[in-house]
Ligand binder design. Structure first.
Ligand code: NG6
Ligand code: CA
Length: 506
């Protein structure tokens, strides 16, 4: 019997018992058997950045455990090659290109998810779950004119999370403070916070004008307010006591995630644990500095790996592992120089963050969106490698199926049997997005429509997939996307253009 049928049978049995006026306790007991769900989400971790996915120059034993003792997907995708749109799709089950505001957001952007929209945590709350987000948010806050010195609403707490402990946007964007349930942590009312993405505050130093005050040098962008010696994107004034410590950020979020899973709860829980690594600025704790030999980018990957090991220890100590589905993935592919001089390029040596894939973050080529993607459930999921086509946009429908919810979302497919390792066939097609452009993956093929513009973003040195002609690649024969076969496969091209238009509604 499949897991799902067993689970449903459990639900039916419990409702029968309940109807025969069995004590309430019994129904509650069945209820608590719904599995906890944890999503561990990395920021900019590439397909080739883990040893379980082929890295030889970096060792990531804790991430590898999830891969080797769970399902390691080789065709697992974020919807997008940047952060905000991928996170939007993960939480809502809707393709981000349907929402024109779903692009990299400044720290002052309004909340991107409508409070009336279905989300993974909202769906799970409907099934009796307690829900939490710890880590990077980057989906906007408030209504577009946030006063950081007052309660911020709407926030994650208005789109389904009972508890939130977040950084608003990215580690390189202001405000550089933590926000707990809509309130800035450690805010001193006598030192109010002001934030602007338009202009500096009188007398405040910037990375551009005061390089002597920086300890990390900016390469492109990142020359506004300086916090902890690091020049950021955006201007901020005040809030000294509330400013985070970059080198302690990973420990800080780990501690929050651990306390959350340890805290007493009435029902099962859902934790969305969104790491900030290896996004810039890469600020490993001194314990990890120099550990990878690859500079800060490698060091923070090792740091994140260690955090995952510690988190898993807590899960084990709390006796939670046998009843928790753990999903691990990344929001987009890798980038080396993303705006700071931090040796990521210089010390890379033989490491290949994208593995065999072409492109990287921002790219419509595979490395933009094809990411590490694992599902682990101790004792429930058989270790295996799966080539099924799966995407983070499918979490909503699949977790609804897992927990007995009938909620759904426009683009989310129920792939529960694939995520449980009972089936090897996933989606038939998937629309991918990168900086506002889209491409269609179908079966073993990908079609990228013509896009004008530079083939490469020079500052980050990444090919982003632009070409004045249609591109078609067979990903089984040509995973590195070297041979554009659009001209020699006119029928395939026509078929994919038609599918692409049908899905886009163009
Ligand atoms: C870009 C930033 C980059 C990074 C990215 C967001 C510049 C020049 N570059 O605009 O450093 O912050 O936004 O990354 O400012 S993401 O992973 O959150 O999408
Ligand atoms: Ca990212």
């Amino acid at each position: 019997m499949s897991f799902k049928s067993k689970f449903l049978l459990g639900l039916i049995t419990s409702s029968l018992l309940f109807n025969c006026s069995a004590p309430k306790e019994e129904a509650k007991e069945t209820e608590t058997k719904k599995p906890n769900i944890v999503i561990i989400y990395m920021d900019d971790l590439g397909h080739g950045d883990m040893s379980a996915y082929g890295a030889t120059e970096l060792s990531t034993p804790n991430m590898d455990m999830l891969a080797n003792e769970g399902i390691r997907f080789t065709n697992g995708y974020a919807t997008s090659a940047t952060c905000t749109p991928s996170r939007y799709a993960l939480l809502t089950g809707v393709y981000p290109w349907r929402n024109e505001d779903a692009k990299i957001l400044p720290g002052t952007a309004p909340l991107l998810i409508s409070t009336s929209q279905m989300t993974v945590p909202k769906m799970l709350k409907g099934q009796g779950y307690e829900t939490a987000v710890v880590g990077k948010w980057h989906l906007g806050l408030g209504n577009g004119n946030v006063n950081w010195n007052e309660h911020i609403s709407p926030s994650p707490n208005e789109v389904g999370f009972d508890y939130s402990y977040i950084l608003a946007a990215t580690q390189d964007r202001v405000p550089t403070v933590y926000i707990e349930n809509g309130d800035v942590v450690n805010l001193d009312p006598n030192d109010p916070i002001e934030v602007s993405y338009e202009q500096n505050f009188e007398g405040e130093p910037t990375g551009k004008d005061n390089p002597e005050l920086t300890t990390m040098k900016w390469h492109h962008g990142h020359h506004n307010s300086i916090v902890n010696g690091i020049p950021r994107i955006g201007f901020m004034k005040g809030g000294e006591a509330a400013k985070w410590s970059d080198v302690d950020m990973a420990d800080h979020f780990l501690e929050k995630a651990q306390s959350y899973v340890k805290s007493p709860k009435d029902g099962p829980f859902f934790l969305y644990y969104a790491f900030q690594q290896p996004h810039v600025p890469r600020t490993p704790n001194p314990r990890f500095v120099g550990k990878s030999g690859m500079g800060p980018r490698g060091d923070v990957i090792l740091e994140a790996d260690w955090m995952i090991g510690e988190f898993m220890k807590t899960m084990e100590e709390e006796g939670l592992l046998e009843n928790t589905l753990i999903i691990f993935s990344s929001d987009n592919g890798p980038v080396l120089n993303d705006g700071y001089y931090d040796d990521a390029v210089e010390k890379l040596d033989d490491h290949t963050p994208a593995g065999p894939l072409r492109g990287g973050k921002y790219s419509l080529f595979e490395a933009g969106t094809r990411v590490p993607f694992m599902v682990y459930w101790k004792g429930k999921i058989q270790p295996q490698v799966s080539d099924a086509l799966v995407c983070q946009v499918d979490f909503l429908a699949s977790l609804a199926a897992l927990t007995g919810s009938s909620d759904s979302a426009q683009d989310s497919q129920n792939l529960l049997p694939v995520f449980m390792g009972e089936k090897k066939v996933g989606r038939s097609e998937l629309m991918l997005e990168a900086t506002g452009r889209t491409a269609l993956r179908k079966g073993e093929w990908i079609m990228i429509p013509p896009y004008n513009g530079a083939a490469k973003i020079a500052t980050v040195n990444i090919e982003i997939g632009n070409d004045p002609n249609y591109q078609v690649y067979n990903l089984t024969n040509d995973i590195g996307q070297v041979n554009n076969v659009a001209d020699s496969n006119p029928e395939k091209l026509e078929e994919m253009i038609a599918d692409y238009k049908a899905i886009r509604g163009d």
